[in-house]
Design a protein. Structure first.
Length: 218
């Protein structure tokens, strides 16, 4: 595990944390400015014994309103991809690097805005605690923001997606695209190809769970 970065969120982590108590504690987090923009903290969800942890960037508009991660269109696509890859959804824990929705107004709509380095650093205690409590066999970063937060700022998905990456984290770590990028594909054919590639990456995770090997980065 990397050295603990400076964040006031550490002070909120219970002394003997459980997923339930940490989730509860995260509701009152004010460690960065995003608490004022989001409706609520959207903590990770899934069994404490999950074999796979999927880490995205931040909750989206729908997740912010409902208070649950991956319940919007990208979450539905993720469920389909997991099913196609043969990964039992009940053995997957889903969460985000940042637990509040960052957005900017465009007319009446709230448009996703990438979290900055300060937001990611401030929110790190929640994610590190989730990883420590769940102890997944495989940690999958979904998208550049998660990959660069957990693997390293120099990591490039375009070069190393689907590969097993060596990190200071305890579980095996790999990275693929965020499912929302598939929804943004320009046409049906591109969307289908992106979905097939995403399923192939998740099938690689399924193989790891069965004791197989994955391509190593480098
Ligand atoms: S984004 Fe994370 S660090 Fe910032 S207020 Fe929300 S829970 Fe706290």
């Amino acid at each position: 595990m990397p050295a603990k970065p400076d964040s006031s969120a550490w002070e909120l982590i219970p002394e003997r944390p459980s997923l339930g108590s940490v989730r509860e504690a995260s509701r009152s987090c004010r460690a960065c400015a995003l608490w004022e923009k989001g409706t609520q903290t959207v903590f990770g969800e899934g069994s404490a014994r999950s074999e796979v942890m999927l880490v995205g960037e931040q909750p989206g508009d729908r997740e912010d309103v409902e208070g649950h991660p991956f319940v919007g269109p990208a979450g539905k696509l993720l469920d389909t991809a997991l099913d196609r890859a043969g990964i039992d959804r009940t053995k997957v824990y889903v969460t985000n690097v940042v637990k509040h929705f960052n957005w900017e107004p465009r007319g009446k709509r709230r448009i996703h805005k990438k979290p900055n380095a300060e937001h990611i650093r401030a929110c790190r205690p929640w994610l590190e605690t989730e990883i420590r409590l769940v102890k997944p066999k495989v940690l999958v970063c979904l998208g550049d923001t998660a990959a660069q937060a957990l693997i390293g700022r120099d990591f490039r998905l375009t070069q190393h997606r689907g590969e097993l990456v060596e990190t200071e984290l305890e579980p095996m770590v790999t990275a693929t695209v965020h499912p929302s990028s598939i929804l943004r594909a320009p046409d049906d054919r591109a969307r289908q190809e992106a979905m097939d590639a995403f399923v192939a990456d998740l099938a690689g995770v399924a193989a790891l769970l069965r004791g197989g090997t994955a391509r190593k980065a480098g």
